[in-house]
Design a protein around this ligand. Structure first.
Ligand code: ATP
Ligand code: LTN
Length: 351
């Protein structure tokens, strides 16, 4: 921690930014293999900003103590997964209050119809979530998160594509109306490089923090024995052939993908290896591969959660770096829309 200094980290590399919501007591294997592993890979090449989207998580009514606890766990899991908080900025969205301010300014440039089209809102309300205005305007806050850091790329899963498109639209529109103020970000969809992991109990749906049943999710915090049991009880099909075919054999295909991504073994090779052996053998080995791969992750996570002061120091450092960039963006933004610059000290102005 002592070696960190803001000036040493001046951005020579293009900037990337991404975030995850603290919507559960742990991230799951899908978040890890579909997003976090890629974040880790990108932090060498890019000046990376990774944050816990705690303001976003308020869009679904949640117990305050849950938000606090989940925010810590999510940040700890970013770091346990390999994000280096001394070179990448790891922070909480709410620790940089400029996010809410930029969200407001962008909301005032957004048409109601644009938000009405957002599929995430439509999906969530269709599933019976009692929507509030925050959930409706969620994509505007997200656009602000991205625009704030002049991010060149935003590594996210396919499900976030529409949010990136609206971000680009808003940045372009703002620049047209108020003059060049914002960098227009490029999507960096993690479709090819990031695996999509399916629910173990319903392999036609993606593994999800808030939608899946507990049995269908491999939580990164689960005990190895629990993880192994969930994998052994994964839904497969009535055949006994180990073959990759997501259409007709989604359960088996999901297990093959998990094995392949974590072990580095090609799916074809796994098909050959398990030919004629049935699903029991495949499940046993997937359980082994997953628990082995997660062992160092769990050790680092336990260490971080056991020392909240260390984690808070990392988050403070990340927020300091993020705040530097955010203050500069807001200065430009306020000026562009015509907000009066505040005098430095009201008392001295009167004196
Ligand atoms: P929620 O249910 O609260 O929406 P989630 O599990 O879908 O949670 P997010 O917080 O929306 O996760 O996503 C964090 C990141 O993880 C995103 O980049 C998303 O694309 C990725 N991700 C989420 N679920 C999966 C999955 N099953 N497979 C691969 N990537 C995933
Ligand atoms: N909507 C994202 C979380 C998120 C995000 C962002 C991702 C909020 N703001 C900015 C990338 C950039 C999600 O639910 N996965």
């Amino acid at each position: 921690m002592g070696r960190m200094s803001l000036s040493a980290l001046a951005p020579q590399r293009p900037r990337i930014l991404s975030g995850m919501q603290p919507t559960s007591d742990s991230l799951h294997l899908g978040n890890y293999l579909g997003a976090l592993v890629n974040w880790v890979g990108l932090q060498e090449e890019f000046d990376a900003f990774y944050f816990v989207a705690d303001l976003h998580s308020l869009t679904v009514p949640t117990d305050p103590a849950d938000i606090t606890r989940r925010t810590r766990v999510t940040a700890a899991q970013f770091i346990a997964g390999g994000v280096d908080p001394t070179t990448s900025a790891v922070f909480c969205q709410s620790h940089v209050p400029e996010h809410a301010e930029l969200g407001w300014i962008l909301a005032c440039q957004t048409a109601m119809g644009e938000m009405n089209r957002m599929t995430q809102f439509k999906d969530k309300t269709a599933k019976g979530h009692n929507a509030n205005v925050g959930l409706f305007t969620y994509p505007v806050l997200m656009a602000g998160d991205i625009i704030m850091y002049d991010a060149a790329y935003v590594p996210v899963g396919e499900d976030q594509r529409q949010h990136l498109e609206i971000t680009r639209d808003l940045a372009e529109r703002f620049n047209q109306r108020f003059g060049e103020t914002f960098v227009v970000p490029e999507p960096y969809i993690l479709k090819e490089s990031g695996a999509k992991i399916m629910d173990l109990q319903d392999p036609t749906a993606k593994m999800s923090k808030s939608e899946s049943s507990d049995k269908g999710v491999i939580w990164l915090r689960d005990d190895p024995a629990v993880t192994a049991k969930k994998i052994r009880s994964a839904v497969t099909d009535t055949e006994a052939e180990v073959r990759y075919d997501p259409e007709t054999k989604p359960g088996v295909s999901n297990l093959l993908v998990i094995h392949s991504v974590l072990s580095g073994t090609r799916v074809e090779e796994l098909e050959r290896r398990f030919s004629g052996q049935g699903y029991g053998a495949l499940k046993g080995e997937v359980a082994e591969v997953v628990t082995e791969a997660l062992a160092p992750f769990k050790a680092r996570m336990d260490q971080l959660l056991g020392d909240p002061a260390e984690l808070d120091r990392y988050l403070a450092f990340g927020a300091e770096r993020a705040g530097e960039v955010a203050r500069e963006t807001m200065r430009r933004t306020r000026c562009a829309v015509g907000l009066l610059t505040a005098a430095r000290s009201a008392a001295s102005a009167l004196g």
